[in-house]
Design a protein. Structure first.
Length: 436
């Protein structure tokens, strides 16, 4: 069975980078593509923009450095050299790492705790913009032309993550970049990117039992049919404004045909009343070819009658009183892709929206993928590496952990990650966990 540790994950990462293409034809190959990729990743992993500069100085003073010992960088390139070397490389070369970690976690049984209704894993899809400019752009930018003659260039990506209700840890899978497609005149969009992701990865993931979660944008018949064709289940937000036929059909039903389930809860401060309504076999759109789905709605009120939450979902799962609560709970878990993934990437040290370098071709999306991988590695290690988890749990905040990493690797040399973690554990006078 595969075991994940700091060093084993970095080792597989290094092996994957050996397949990166090198388009250089001259003899100026002082720095390898692998060194450039590892150097870039080290910045995102340590969340330290100055990491490489500090390691160059350490090399000069001590004849060794942590970029080499911790990440395997043999020769540290400059920032501009890194950007120039990596710009031609598609981020898809890094995607096998997402698969490696997913299958490893599944083999370990770790994903069992993520399984929910019908024994499925919940996969939340959502698009996030990570770059926007009116001047900087590349051939893979999306363009929006304004009436005043200006143009906004942007990059966005779909970030699929495995989520579970009550679990703050999300597990990212391969992203899908929203970018101009060969042979298409129209601008790419989130819906089209979602279709590409489903087609490309259904063979790999559908066998494990996946329920796709998404907002109202995903609750369209072509996308729902594609999910079913590719053996995915779905629970998707379903709003009245964009599904008029479905809601007209429900409004035309006799009240006895709409099932109701009421649950009263005491939160410790006040009583809240959850009213579930659900109907099976309703048309998603107008027309004889309409896909029929199952619909449910949750309205939460206070004892005074004040509504504090209301939302509705469409699903392919048959709904009954015994299942409606869990189906709605699963549907609501889609917010985790925004709260525990996108917002973390923007605001918790990853700085996803910062322009680390744009390039002319793939650099922007490649660096964004390094950032996603850094987040995945941190999440993975916090759950499966005992020493890493001990330190993260013992320190008052995640920021403190990375502040310590930055300071220690600036002044001290470590032979490997194990040595660094052991140093921190001794310094905090913690009992080292048994890793035998």
């Amino acid at each position: 069975m595969r075991e994940f540790t700091f060093d084993s994950v970095i080792e597989f990462f290094q092996k994957t980078l050996q397949d990166l293409p090198d388009s250089r034809t001259g003899k100026n190959t002082t720095y390898t593509i692998v060194d450039a990729a590892l150097a870039a990743f080290s910045i995102f992993f340590t969340q330290n923009p100055s990491f490489l500069a500090f390691q160059k100085l350490m090399q000069q003073n001590k004849g060794k450095n942590n970029a080499q010992s911790l990440f395997g960088v043999q020769n540290i390139p400059s920032d501009n050299q890194i950007r120039n070397l990596l710009d031609p490389i598609s981020p898809t070369y890094l995607f096998p790492i997402f698969s490696y970690i997913f299958h490893g976690l599944n083999d370990m049984g770790y994903l069992d705790s993520y399984r929910s209704y019908n024994g499925n894993l919940l996969l939340a899809l959502d698009g996030v913009q990570y770059f926007s400019s009116t001047s900087i752009h590349c051939e893979n930018c999306n363009k929006k032309e304004h009436r005043n003659g200006t143009t906004t260039y942007s990059h966005s990506v779909i970030t699929p993550v495995i989520v579970a209700p009550g679990n703050n840890n999300v597990i990212p899978l391969q992203p899908e970049f929203i970018t101009p497609q060969d042979g298409h005149k129209k601008q790419d969009c989130e819906n089209a990117a979602a279709k590409r992701w489903i087609r490309q990865y259904s063979q790999e993931y559908s066998q494990f039992g996946f329920t796709i979660l998404g907002d109202d944008l995903y609750c369209k018949q072509p996308l729902c049919e594609l999910m079913l064709d590719q053996n995915f289940d779905f629970i998707l937000v379903c709003k009245p404004d964009s599904h008029k036929t479905l809601y007209q059909w429900i409004e035309g039903l006799d009240s006895n045909d709409i099932n109701t389930h009421i649950v009263k809860r005491w939160t410790g401060k006040q009583q809240e009343i959850d009213t579930y309504r659900f109907v099976n076999n309703v048309p998603l759109k107008d027309g004889d070819d309409a896909l029929h789905v199952n619909w449910c709605e949750l309205t939460t009120t206070l004892a005074t009658g004040q509504i504090i939450y209301k939302n509705a979902f469409a699903t392919n799962f048959e709904i009954h009183k015994e299942s409606v609560e869990q189906i709605v709970t699963n549907g609501r878990a889609r917010w985790k892709v925004e709260n525990e993934n996108n917002n973390v990437l923007k605001n918790r040290g990853y700085h996803l929206e910062h322009n680390f370098g744009h390039g002319k071709k793939h650099l922007s999306s490649l660096l964004a993928t390094f950032n996603l991988l850094a987040f995945l590695f941190h999440t993975l290690l916090n759950n499966v590496d005992k020493k890493y988890k001990l330190l993260r749990d013992s320190l008052p905040a995640r920021k403190t952990f990375f502040d310590d990493i930055r300071a220690l690797t600036r002044y001290l040399y470590f032979d490997n990650w194990e040595a660094l973690l052991d140093f921190m554990i001794r310094g905090l006078e913690l009992e080292s966990p048994d890793t035998s």
